[in-house]
Design a protein around this ligand. Structure first.
Ligand code: PMP
Length: 355
C-alpha cells in the first residue's frame, strides 16, 4: 500500500458488525432484529411505492415522515431529523455536534460504533467505566472540578448489557451539563425503557436518537431518526446537506410512514417480545445463568461455571447463533436476541443439552 493511501486510512479501527449468515435452518439470535415482521400496512405501502413512483426522486426533506414522527412523539416537525438507519444519524452527530475542545464522554462498555466514529471524525473521547454490576452511573457524568464534558453519548437501554436508566437519571445528566450536547441513543427503548423525548422541550442540549430497525422490525429498510431542540436538528441538517441531500429513498419513506401510522401493531409486537423476554429470563436462571436486568429485545447472560466463547460455539454447532464479545469484563457473557417463543424454546433446550 502506498504511503499516500495509508495516510488517509491509517489508524482507523473499523467496526466489525454482527455476522449476517443465510438464515435458512438457523436460529439467528445475534443482531437484535425483531422476530415478527413489520405491520402488513408497511408491506402494502412499499408495494404501492414500487408501482409507478420509483422513476421519481424522493422528497429530499422527508416532510411527511417528519410530520408523522412529530405527531407520534408530540414535538414539532422541525425537531425531527431522519437518516438511513440510526448509524447514519449518529455519524452526522459525530461529524457536527459532538466534536468540541473538551472531550466526548461515553461508557467503556457500550455500542462499539462510538469509538469507531471518534476515530473516523477525529473526536477526542474519554471513556467512563461501568460500575461493578455493569451499570451506567449517572453521577459519573456530572462535571467535577476541572473535569467537564464537551459532549456525552450513551445508549439507554445500554448495549450490549440491556440495562436502562430511569428518566430522572437521564435528566440529571442533561441538566448537569448545560454546555454539552447529550445524545441518548434509544435504539432499544421501546422494549421497556423510558424515552427522554419527554425532556427535549425543556433541554436545548438534549438529542434523542431512535431507529426503525428493532422495535419497528425494519432493519432491512435502514431508517433512523433524532428528536431534539430545533437548533440541534438544524445542525444535523447542515451536516447532511453538505454531502447527501436525499436522506431516504422512496421505499424507505413509504414503509416508515406506514409503520408510524400503525401504532397498534407496533405496540402489540413489542409487548409480545417483552413477554417472551421475561419468560426466557426465568428459564435461563433455572439453567444457572446470571442474567442482567434487561429493558431491551435481548438479554446479557453468563454461566458461572461455563466459558462464554465455548457456550457460543456449542450453540453454533446446534445452528443457534448468539453474540459473544471478546472484550474485557464481558467475555463470559452471551448477548441473546429475543426471538419467537419457539426459537427461545430451541435455545433453552440446546443449552440444557450443552450444560
Ligand atoms: N445504536 C445502538 C445502541 C445499536 O445497537 C444499533 C444497532 N446495532 C444502532 C444504534 C444502529 O442501528 P441502525 O443503524 O440499524 O438504526
Amino acid at each position: 500500500m502506498s504511503r499516500f493511501w495509508s495516510a488517509v486510512t491509517h489508524g482507523l479501527t473499523p467496526y466489525v458488525p454482527g455476522e449476517q449468515p443465510k438464515i435458512e435452518n438457523l436460529v439467528k439470535l445475534n443482531t437484535n432484529e425483531h422476530p415478527y415482521g413489520p405491520s402488513p400496512r408497511v408491506l402494502e405501502a412499499i408495494r404501492e411505492a414500487t408501482s409507478d413512483t420509483l422513476r421519481l426522486y424522493p422528497d429530499p426533506n422527508a416532510d411527511r415522515l417528519k410530520a408523522a414522527l412529530a405527531a407520534r412523539y408530540g414535538v414539532r416537525p422541525e425537531q425531527v431529523f431522519v437518516g438511513n438507519g440510526s448509524d447514519e444519524v449518529l455519524a452526522h452527530a459525530f461529524q457536527g455536534l459532538l466534536k468540541h475542545e473538551l472531550p466526548l464522554w461515553m461508557p467503556d462498555i457500550s455500542y462499539s460504533f462510538y469509538p469507531v466514529y471518534c476515530g473516523l471524525y477525529g473526536v477526542e473521547s474519554r471513556v467512563v467505566p461501568l460500575t461493578e454490576s455493569l451499570q451506567i452511573d449517572p453521577t459519573d457524568y456530572l462535571p467535577d472540578g476541572e473535569r467537564r464534558a464537551g459532549a456525552i453519548i450513551f445508549p439507554n437501554p445500554n448495549a450490549p448489557t440491556g440495562s436502562a436508566l430511569p428518566l430522572e437519571a437521564i435528566e440529571r445528566v442533561v441538566a448537569g451539563n448545560p454546555n454539552a450536547v447529550v445524545l441518548i441513543d434509544e435504539a432499544y427503548v421501546d422494549f421497556g425503557g423510558e424515552s427522554a423525548i419527554a425532556l427535549v422541550d425543556r433541554y436545548p442540549n438534549l438529542l434523542v436518537c431512535q431507529t426503525f430497525s428493532k422495535s419497528r422490525s425494519l432493519a432491512g429498510l435502514r431508517v433512523g431518526f433524532a428528536i431534539g431542540h430545533a437548533d440541534l436538528i438544524a445542525g444535523l441538517e447542515r451536516v447532511k446537506n453538505s454531502f447527501n441531500s436525499y436522506p431516504l429513498d422512496r421505499l424507505a419513506l413509504a414503509g416508515a410512514e406506514a409503520s408510524v401510522e400503525d401504532d397498534a401493531y407496533f405496540l402489540e409486537s413489542c409487548r409480545k417480545v417483552i413477554a417472551t423476554r421475561e419468560a426466557l429470563v426465568v428459564r435461563m436462571q433455572a439453567l444457572g445463568f446470571e442474567v442482567l436486568p434487561s429493558a431491551a429485545n435481548f438479554i446479557f447472560a453468563r454461566h458461572p461455571q461455563r466459558d462464554g466463547a465455548e457456550l457460543a460455539a456449542a450453540l453454533r454447532q446446534r445452528a443457534i447463533i448468539v453474540r459473544h464479545f471478546k472484550a474485557p469484563r464481558i467475555d463470559q457473557f452471551l448477548r441473546i436476541t429475543i426471538g419467537t417463543d419457539a426459537q427461545c424454546e430451541m435455545l433453552v433446550s440446546a443449552l440444557g443439552e450443552i450444560l
